[in-house]
Design a protein around this ligand. Structure first.
Ligand code: HEC
Length: 400
């Protein structure tokens, strides 16, 4: 019953997290789009202090949007802020980290072959790295580095790669990926909470007081712009990380951290193309380079062809051995009604109760338990490399 309810809890929190994330990133994409499509307003609007004009049609109606150079002469009666989307994404994300990884199945996170951590130690490393990176980022953005956009971007990328590499040394690939995502997501929300919202508050105060924006407000606005630029480049990488737990192919790779770094770079670079294009600067070579890099990555990550399993050198593995292997290492979880207390249903929908099922999933099993050590989850049964080889050979001979 407990496992059953915890599945539901995980589902509801994940669902909420995705909805909040969609609302946040959707609003953020929309405002970037707006900013990039504002056109010079007619004279009478300029006289009102409007600097950008935009018309749109959506959902059966016309919309007229005006962006003020500083602010309206008077505060409007109702002003909409966009912040709860970001905050609720962070809160539900943290909840999800607890429900799925920290309390649900620390096996997703802990890989005894890398570091035999206790659950408490894993949680401390996970939350600790989020806090430390956030503190470093907040220190940097308050330093003179904030005036050097490109250098800051490079250093930020370097820090994230370092965290990615470090977490990959101690956590399972999946656990490392999701924590890099949590680090990035936390920075993005802190950008809203500690920079963008305070700057907007200062702007609103100065409009309310009927003053021209002063130097302090301008500086805050400059920093808020920098934070929002960082967020803009981080959106595509973080969405990749959100879906990455479906791809053991990537995080299960021994160089998973480098794959994540490469994907982070490529997606942020591709984002750059769109940012430029929105400003009417067309640099298609950026997309071409991103495409070539992606192709190179796909080629580099491809699993080695099964030459190591030369049929002549490796005599056929008997069915009895294969059955013994899956009974020892897989069936506790991958069965119609799993004996493992954490599962109500076969994880990933994969049942491995008999040899025809095993053969049916040959490619995936190979990827998960032979080419990578992603399975058995957390390797609590202590599956050895020799056993993985045997399983690989059986699959080689019995692929459908
Ligand atoms: C302790 C429970 C547990 C054991 C034992 C276990 N698995 Fe899994 N397995 C899981 C879970 C949970 C998932 C889903 C993981 C995910 O969503 O990333 C999974 C997913 C898989 C997948 C699908 C991967 C994909 O592409 O999405 C394969 C294949 C797999 N396991 C094979 C095996 C094999 C082979 C064994 C035995 C050598 C094994 N598993 C042992 C829990 C287990």
């Amino acid at each position: 019953m407990e496992a059953y309810l915890s599945e539901w809890l995980s589902l509801l929190v994940r669902w909420f997290h995705v909805i909040a994330g969609v609302a946040w990133i959707g609003a953020s994409f929309y405002f970037i789009w707006l900013d990039n499509h504002l056109r010079e307003p007619p004279e009478w609007k300029k006289n009102e202090g409007i600097k950008g004009d935009l018309w749109a049609i959506h959902g059966g109606g016309f919309y007229e949007i005006a962006k003020y150079r500083l602010g309206p002469k008077e505060m409007p009666r109702e002003l909409h802020w966009f912040k709860w989307e970001a905050y609720s994404t962070l809160l539900s994300g943290l909840a999800l980290l607890f429900v799925v990884y920290y309390m649900g199945s620390p096996g997703y996170l802990i890989d005894p072959a890398k570091a035999d951590l206790s659950t408490g130690a894993a949680i401390a490393i996970g939350l600790g790295s989020i806090a430390v990176v956030l503190a470093i980022y907040e220190t940097l953005i308050r330093s003179p580095l904030a005036d050097k956009g490109k250098a800051f971007a490079l250093i930020l990328f370097g820090i994230l790669v370092l965290v990615d590499w470090g977490l990959f040394q101690v956590f399972s690939g999946r656990g490392a990926f999701i924590h890099v995502g949590a680090v990035i997501g936390t920075i993005m929300v802190a950008n809203v909470f500690l920079g963008i919202i305070p700057s907007q508050r200062a702007l609103v105060d100065s409009v309310r007081a009927g003053e021209e924006a002063n130097e302090k407000v301008a500086r805050l606005a400059m920093l808020a712009k920098l934070r929002s630029t960082h967020n803009n480049y981080l959106t595509l990488p973080i969405i990749f990380i959100m879906i990455s737990n479906h791809y053991p192919l990537l995080y299960g790779n021994p160089h998973g951290w480098a794959i994540l770094a490469a994907i982070g770079f490529i997606t942020a670079f591709a984002r750059h193309y769109f940012n430029l294009r929105h400003r009417d600067i067309n640099q298609p070579w950026i997309l071409a380079v991103a495409a070539v890099l992606t192709a190179a990555l796909i080629w580099l990550v491809a699993p080695a062809p099964a030459t190591t399993l030369d049929t002549a050198d490796h005599p056929e593995v008997s069915n009895e051995v294969a059955i013994a292997l899956i009974n020892t290492h897989c069936v506790a979880c991958h069965a119609s009604s799993p004996g493992h207390p954490a599962f109500q249903a076969p994880p990933a929908g994969i049942k491995l109760e008999n040899l025809s099922l095993l053969a049916m999933h040959a490619d995936k099993v190979r990827q998960a338990a032979v080419d990578s050590h992603y399975m058995p989850l957390g390797n609590l049964t202590g599956m050895t490399n020799e056993e993985r080889q045997l399983l690989g050979q059986w699959l080689q001979h019995n692929k459908p």
